[in-house]
Ligand binder design. Sequence first.
Ligand code: NAD
Ligand code: DAU
Length: 334
Amino acid sequence: MRVLVTGGAGFIGANFVHQTVAERPDAEVTVLDALTYAGNRSSLDPVADRIRFVHGDITDAALVDELVGNSDLVVHFAAESHNDNSLSNPWPFVQTNIVGTVTLLEAVRKHDVRYHHISTDEVYGDLELDDPERFTESTAYNPSSPYSSTKASSDMLVRAWTRSFGVRATLSNCSNNYGPYQHVEKFIPRQVTNVLAGLRPRLYGDGLNVRDWIHVDDHNSAVWAIVDGGRIGQTYLIGADGEVDNRTVMETILEVLGQRPDAFDFVTDRPGHDMRYAIDSTMLREELGWAPRYRDFRSGLEATVGWYRENEQWWRPQKDATERAYLAAGEKTT
Ligand code: NAD
Ligand code: DAU
């Protein structure tokens, strides 16, 4: 099977390519990635001789048409993915997440290629801390940020292309991922690398916000379960029952790294900061028999901290610019 993976030099995409090469010997993988600030070619070094890498943009219709025409399956990870960046400049989010998705949809429509769309639980907005309900496939869309609203737009486009043009697509909306190769702008790698670099970790607001953590390998095994057995046109929610508040995550990271639990700074909150995400993944589990392998967040986090300790050459080049960008955006201790 010829698999085109967009965004394969990013965090989840690179881990998807590693997993695919290891577990699917019949897959011929081509990665299409623009190598934005978030893309890192070296994340694919462990599989470099097993894949084809194309440096290009998903909004380049001629390139996308050629690559899709030579594929049996497209798994679309490429996106502008960071909420904070979308608050500073939403335009790349509109271009990549919306225009890029239409470009891919037009190509899979023309060539009748199977398509899987990677999306986020953030399309559903947020929950109160004490809300007994979690997100399901029928929760109404209510995105909060420029990032999540462009992802919601992309989901709607996929649904429209499926219904109107018969595109053979499935969608998945996953909760917060953690694991190796995640950019140091994101919460867990930022705090881990701050400690390793001798900087104070930074907690937004009061730290009560809750995220539903899932290991990136579990996200990717769910994607394959959906590609293999999911119903065309169906959305599946991916989650591993991993709700933890940010302060607890911070204190766990500090403990794992041998620091005092209060060795961090509170900083200005993110505008419009979603309070809580929580996924009910019953449909995925019951219909497709998927289950997460990483059930203990702490041990998954310890392994992730270990990866950042051992791979400073991977994250160090991004670190200073990332911290400068946070300062330039006005982040201050409170
Ligand atoms: P990331 O920012 O780490 O990687 C994105 C990749 O896309 C990078 O390699 C980048 O170079 C590439 N890219 C960006 N614009 C491009 C363009 N125009 N053309 C080609 N390539 C381009 O993102 P991630 O965290 O790996 O997220 C991957 C996908 O998963 C996204 O669609 C995101 O919305 C979704 N998602 C992420 C999470 C999470 O916790 N990180 C959770 C649920 C869903
Ligand atoms: O829910 C899925 C989403 O998870 C994905 O769609 C996004 O692509 C991904 O970036 C992630 O979004 P979040 O905004 O939840 O992730 P982030 O790592 O930016 O922040 C996680 C939480 O930690 C959030 O409540 C904000 C907080 N935070 C973040 C940073 C960077 C801090 O307290 N301090 C920080 O320095």
